[in-house]
Ligand binder design. Structure first.
Ligand SMILES: [Zn+2]
Length: 259
């Protein structure tokens, strides 16, 4: 039997029968993996309360018998990302990021870049040193960038004229064309999504380079909000799926004032 040992983050957990749990984890070495944790609900000795969403673990698992699901053998807690579950806004953001990863990545596709990005945003979310909304911009920009779905923000997605050569200060977004469109070009059916020139440049600045430097961008609350409205429409549109947790995130944000 082949055994796999890898660091992993729990993206999702659900009950399976009376005793077992099914976990979806993002691993460093093997990408997204679904695992069954047998008797996890019954025996606290094997997995003592650590198989929770966003827990950072070291896990050992095996292929199980035949073509069945991977079976979790051992898990030890490596990080305290789980503590963010006491904060509803942080939980909402982390759930959205986790669902994007689970929806988009194919099982077993090795993606250390996405793993490191996830660890980076969760660490800052727990530490509380950066607004959650700013971490979400970074996560979404890097996530789509790494998937080759980066939005066109440096020029009009239709006529390709550079933003710096255009006098206008606000741009409509055309999701189908993959970015901003200038006033001269046929725009999208709905002009609800807009980005200011300053916000565009800040988003572009976050798209490349090392992660800690990207977090030094200073957004006004208004720019943070319009940038997240844009990415929360753009990312689901381009991955072709709408995460259920996005509705929850919007609800929590609305009730708590914009966070
Ligand atoms: Zn144009």
């Amino acid at each position: 039997m082949t055994h796999f040992t890898t660091p992993a983050i729990v993206l999702r957990r659900r009950d399976y029968g009376d005793f077992d749990l099914i976990l979806t984890v993002l691993t460093l070495d093997h990408g997204v993996v679904s695992l069954i944790a047998k008797s996890a609900k019954k025996s606290v000795k094997r997995f003592p309360g650590i198989l929770e969403p966003f827990a950072g673990l070291n896990i050992v698992y095996n292929q199980g018998r035949g073509k069945g699901m991977m079976v979790l053998e051992e898990a030890s807690l490596e990080s305290t990302f789980g503590t963010l579950r006491s904060d509803i806004l942080k939980t909402a953001y982390a759930s959205y990021w986790a669902e994007l990863v689970a929806l988009w990545l194919e099982e077993g596709q090795t993606r250390p870049d996405i793993y490191r990005l996830m660890v980076f945003v969760l660490e800052h979310l727990v530490r509380d040193d950066v607004p959650a909304a700013l971490l979400s911009l970074l996560f979404q920009m890097r996530f789509v960038g790494q998937e080759g779905l980066r939005p066109v923000l440096e020029r009009c997605a239709c006529c390709h004229i550079e933003v710096d050569q255009l006098a206008q200060q606000h741009f409509c977004i055309d999701l189908k064309q993959g970015g901003i469109v200038c006033h001269e070009c046929p725009g999208p059916e709905s002009t609800q999504l807009r980005l200011g020139k300053g916000t565009l440049k800040q988003l572009l600045w976050m798209a490349d380079g090392d992660l800690p430097t990207a977090l030094r961008v200073r957004f006004t609350p208004w720019a943070l909000a319009e940038a997240n409205d844009f990415l929360e429409a753009f990312v689901p549109f381009h991955i072709g799926r709408t995460p259920k947790s996005l509705g929850f995130l919007r609800q929590v944000r609305k009730e708590g004032g914009r966070g």
